[in-house]
Design a protein around this ligand. Structure first.
Ligand SMILES: [Fe+2]
Ligand SMILES: [Fe+2]
Length: 144
């Protein structure tokens, strides 16, 4: 197996870009909720940002283990949304694209028999699928 397959490095870098972008979006939403006097939601979004930062840490560690210095990722501009419902819709969009990215990365790593990296992408995919599921449930409750 080729240790530093360029597509694997590419997926790790794309993942890192997603995670920093997610930190930025969730943290902006936390700040907005604080300003709106919605302290509980501010706390929820802050916790979310913290989890995404943890994911960035995993990806950084993987890149460093492969002997690659993680570079500054191209960040997607945050889409905080104008009200709580829109925030959750934008977050669901973001999480959905993360699930797709990590699923694609996982199947590529599996085909390459790079089991360690495949396991990392699987863990990330499961976490993001959990975030997406939670957002969908929250939105369904708001509409119901
Ligand atoms: Fe994440
Ligand atoms: Fe997430």
């Amino acid at each position: 197996m080729m240790r530093n397959h360029p597509r694997i490095i590419g997926f790790l870098g794309q993942g890192l870009g997603h995670e920093y972008g997610a930190v930025q979006q969730y943290l902006t939403q936390a700040s907005l909720c604080t300003l709106w006097g919605m302290g509980d939601w501010a706390e929820t979004f802050r916790e979310e940002a913290h989890q995404e930062l943890g994911h960035a840490d995993w990806l950084n560690q993987r890149l460093l283990l492969l002997g690659i210095a993680p570079t500054g990722a191209q960040l997607r501009p945050p889409r905080p949304g104008a009200d709580l419902r829109q925030m959750l819709i934008y977050d669901a969009d973001m999480e959905r694209s993360a699930v797709e990215l990590y699923a694609e990365a996982e199947s590529f790593a599996t085909r390459l028999r790079d089991t360690e990296t495949a396991a990392l992408f699987a863990r990330l995919r499961e976490d993001e699928a959990g975030h997406l599921q939670h957002l969908k449930q929250t939105l369904a409750r708001m509409e119901g």
